[in-house]
Structures are given as C-alpha cells and as structure tokens.
Design a protein around this ligand. Sequence first.
Ligand SMILES: CC(C)(COP(=O)(O)OP(=O)(O)OC[C@H]1O[C@@H](n2cnc3c(N)ncnc32)[C@H](O)[C@@H]1OP(=O)(O)O)[C@@H](O)C(=O)NCCC(=O)NCCS
Length: 138
Amino acid sequence: MTAIRRGGADDLDAVAAIQEASPGAARWRAADYLEQDFRVAIERNRIVGFLVARTLAADEREILNLAVAPDFRRRGVARALLASAFKGFRGGVFLEVRESNGVAQEFYKSLGFKELSKRPGYYDSPPETAIVMKFHSC
Ligand SMILES: CC(C)(COP(=O)(O)OP(=O)(O)OC[C@H]1O[C@@H](n2cnc3c(N)ncnc32)[C@H](O)[C@@H]1OP(=O)(O)O)[C@@H](O)C(=O)NCCC(=O)NCCS
C-alpha cells in the first residue's frame, strides 16, 4: 500500500537519489522542490517516488517532475502520486516530456493525458524536442 504525504527537507537526499537513477526525470536541485507542491510516496518506510507540481492559474496546474525508484515501478506508485496531487482539482494539468521518453508518455496517456503540441529545442543536455501534454479534469 503506497502512502502519499507532503515532502520535506528530510526527504531531499532520497528524492535526489531517485532523480539520479531516473534519466527521464528533470534534473533540478532537490532543495528547490520545497517551494513547490512537493509530494513523496512511501512504501515500507522508504521513499519510493516523488512528484513536484505548481499552480499556473486557478484552473491550470503543471507537473514539473515525477519519478519512481526503478525497483518500485509498475506498481501504481506514480498513479497514486498524481491522484493525490490533483484530487478535487478542476481544470487543465500540463507537462512537458522528452520526445524519446516513451514510457512516461505511455504512463500519462494511461491516465487520459493527450498530446497538445511539440516544442523543438526545449531541452538541452542532450538537446531534444518536448512533447506538451494536457489532461482536463472536470
Ligand atoms: C514514468 C514513471 C514515473 C511511471 O511510474 P510508475 O509508478 O511505474 O507508473 P504506474 O505503476 O503508476 O503506471 C500506471 C500505468 O502507466 C502505464 N505505464 C507505466 N509504466 C509503463 C511502461 N514501462 N510501459 C508501458 N506503460 C507503462 C501503464 O498503463 C500503467 O498501468 P498498468 O501497470 O496497470 O498497466 C516511471 O517509469 C519513472 O520514474 N520513469 C523515469 C522518470 C520519468 O521519465 N519521469 C517523467 C518525467 S516527465
């Protein structure tokens, strides 16, 4: 059973390790997540995933980062993180994902996200097109 709670300063080392083990995830300073809607997933007292989101407008939110520890993938952890972050929210949820990150695109599509547009050159290190995806919750 996955428990979701707000992330805090004590969680940052574990979150940075999951980020490091997840090439598809965005590479930001974990400490910056404390200023956003930052949630962690816990299984057996271990942090196994995290989600970072922010509010763009009353009816618009954005997923900034999401990753699950490799040995806990495909068990519904990311789905539980999104359900927690957007429970009761009405409006559009946006995100960018690398064009080569087929797994994340499949994950988001499984939840009803649709491809909205492409942003060539959005990423660097390595340079790559971003796929912009959107889910409308009503
Ligand atoms: C993308 C990611 C967060 C998914 O996390 P997860 O906890 O494994 O996902 P879930 O178990 O909640 O999967 C829910 C559904 O998504 C889809 N899905 C997830 N992983 C998939 C895969 N490898 N291949 C195809 N579909 C997949 C499936 O429909 C799955 O439902 P099912 O297992 O009942 O078939 C995880 O693979 C990850 O951390 N990847 C590296 C970081 C990353 O790319 N982040 C995205 C940044 S935008």
